[in-house]
Each structure stands twice: as C-alpha cells, then as structure tokens.
Design a protein around this ligand. Structure first.
Ligand code: F6P
Length: 213
C-alpha cells in the first residue's frame, strides 16, 4: 500500500490573528503540535511497512510555518527499530506554498469585506477561479501541484506532506475523488493528520488523527 499523511502546519501567529497569508512563525500551541507530530512520525509513519530500508518521505512547503512544524522530525532520520532501518528524507517545495493573496496578504477577511467589497463578492461567487490582485487563484495552485502529484504517485514509500489549507484542500479532493469545484470549502482542521491510503481504486480511504493540543 501507498499511504500519504497530509497535515497543515501548526497554529501560526497569523492564524491566531485571523490574517490572510504572510510568513509568520508558530505560536506556542503550534510548536506543541510540531513536537507531537515528530513523535507520531517516528512511532507510526517510519514503521509502516516491513521492508528493511523503509524510507519515508517528508515534504514541506518553503514557508516558515511548515518548516517549523517539521523541525523536530529528524531527517534524514536513521533509527534502528529491531533489525529494521527507518529513515525519512526531507524535501522543500515552493509548489506546496499557501495560496498567495497578493495585495491582500496580511489583511483579515473582515478588512477585505469592508474595504474591497467588489473583490470579496467576486471571490464569493467563484472561489476556485478568483485570483487575488497580483496574487493567485485556486486554479493557479492546481497548475503548480500538477507536477508534484505525478512525482507523488510514482513512489511507494509513505509520505508526510506538511502544507497549507488551500493546497491541502485541492490535494485531498484529488486523492479522494471529489470535484475540484467543491474543494475550496472543505475543512482541513489544524493539528490533525489526514491518513490517506490508496486502495487500488480511484479514491483513497481516509483516517483522521487529531494530535492536539
Ligand atoms: O487562514 C489561513 C490560510 O492558510 C490563509 O493563509 C489562506 O489565504 C487561506 O487559509 C486559504 O483559505 P480560503 O481560500 O478559504 O481563504
């Protein structure tokens, strides 16, 4: 089986302030999640199959909050579990960065609604197609995820992806066989690992693990 683990970064300063975008670091809650995620990775992901060299993959975006979330996962990790070697390689992909909100980076949703009513309306009626001024749309993310999905599907090792809300909505919808048009409102909760397993059909089976705090 090929198992993918998807998670958002731990709570960031901008999450706490309800601001869009940015490149803030983690809050103390977010850091606690990072520690729990590392323990979960060592205990679960790296020991998933019975081969001698089980090379789990760790992919993060290039942003501060995802790299801080992955910081306690040793990589490459080489540990001996009985007579089995387990390790985890880390790659940083800009393709996994959060939707870029252009001129609206750092604003709150309330500020956008109050000061840019026309734009807020356009996004409301066509969330997937709406492109932020000098920024990105969900469609733009789909095109940058395309090569990454090809790469992902050519591997058989368990892979942990630490990314962001909009990006994970699209990846999740693709892997679960949902319409992309419906994907932009899917809830991807913080501090939760989505475990998706290929089942030989077009969609994965899903398990959610809330790690807190
Ligand atoms: O609020 C966190 C966040 O990751 C923002 O940085 C991003 O703009 C947003 O979520 C994406 O969600 P939505 O498309 O619903 O605004």
């Amino acid at each position: 089986t090929h198992t993918l683990y998807l998670t958002r970064h731990g709570q960031s300063e901008y999450n706490r302030l309800r601001k869009i975008g940015g490149n803030s670091g983690l809050t103390s809650y977010g850091l606690e999640y990072a520690r729990r995620l590392a323990a979960f990775s060592e205990g679960t992901i790296c020991r998933e199959d019975g081969t001698n060299a089980n090379k789990a993959r760790l992919w993060t975006s290039s942003m501060r909050r995802t790299n801080e979330t992955a910081q306690f996962i040793p990589h490459p990790q080489v540990a001996i579990d009985g007579d089995k070697w387990v390790q985890m390689s880390h790659r940083v992909y800009r393709n996994l960065d959060e939707i870029f909100a252009g001129e609206y980076e750092g604003l709150t949703y309330e500020e956008v609604a109050a000061n840019h009513q026309d734009e807020a309306f356009l996004r409301k009626v066509d969330k997937i197609g709406y492109r932020y001024p000098r920024g990105e749309s969900y469609y733009d993310i789909i095109s940058r995820l395309d090569p990454l999905v090809h790469e992902l599907e050519s591997y058989h090792e368990p892979t942990l992806i630490v990314s962001h809300q909009a990006v994970l909505r699209l990846l999740y919808a693709y892997l679960m066989g949902y319409d992309r048009e419906d994907s932009t409102k899917i809830a991807i909760p913080l501090h939760t690992v989505l475990k998706l397993t290929y089942n030989g059909w077009s969609r994965c089976t899903e398990e959610r693990v809330f790690l807190g705090p």
